[in-house]
Write a protein that binds this ligand. Structure first.
Ligand SMILES: C[S@@+](CC[C@H](N)C(=O)[O-])C[C@H]1O[C@@H](n2cnc3c(N)ncnc32)[C@H](O)[C@@H]1O
Ligand SMILES: [Zn+2]
Length: 167
């Protein structure tokens, strides 16, 4: 898949490869539409590059179904996590094909050369150490509502200000 105009995949200061901008973006601007292969929670697949999406049922009927996983094949595959992200992902479902349409948009103005990030908000069981280096870094890549459920081996990484918020 050709690189998206305005974005470049590079070696990241956060982790491995990452995506930076080659021009300025304004708050609200769409940076990238996603593409990928859909997997169900019960499938055996590599979730390293998968974006968790609310199910078609959740999006269309408001009846919460299990998340589905979109194994990204687009440049979004390389976008790292930050606890103070500059983008967010939004998703709609195409009613006829029942395929997701998802896009990254700027949460604030983004300067040329900035690395793109979004909040992975992993469930606690999937938590990993976070190297985003932001002032409000949680210490782990995990949903801030689930920090109290993070596995014992990573509990010590959770920054003081996020500890004991919930029991
Ligand atoms: C979708 S990949 C992102 C691309 C990744 N940098 C690479 O080169 O493969 C997601 C994985 O990157 C790593 N990662 C992303 N953001 C991170 C962060 N803020 N701190 C530490 N690792 C991060 C984690 O291992 C995570 O499971
Ligand atoms: Zn962080």
């Amino acid at each position: 898949m050709p690189p998206v105009t305005g974005l470049k995949t590079v070696l990241s200061k956060i982790h491995g490869y990452g995506v930076v901008t080659t021009r300025k973006y304004l708050a609200g601007e769409i940076l990238l539409y996603g593409d990928g292969v859909l997997w169900q929670e019960s499938d055996d697949f590599d979730d390293t590059y998968a974006l968790a999406l609310p199910s078609y049922e959740t999006a269309v009927n408001g009846v919460e179904g299990p998340n589905v996983y979109w194994d990204l094949t687009c440049q979004g595959r390389w976008i790292n996590h930050s606890c103070n992200p500059n983008t967010e992902v939004d998703c709609h479902w195409e009613p006829n094909s029942k395929n997701p349409i998802a896009w990254w948009f700027a949460k604030r103005d983004i300067a040329a050369g900035e690395e793109l990030t979004y909040d992975y908000a992993f469930s606690a069981a999937l938590a990993e150490p976070c190297f985003c280096s932001e002032q409000n870094c949680r210490g782990v890549i995990a949903d801030d509502e689930e920090l109290h459920l993070v596995p014992e081996k990573y509990k010590h990484l959770i920054k003081e200000s996020f500890r004991f918020r919930r029991q």
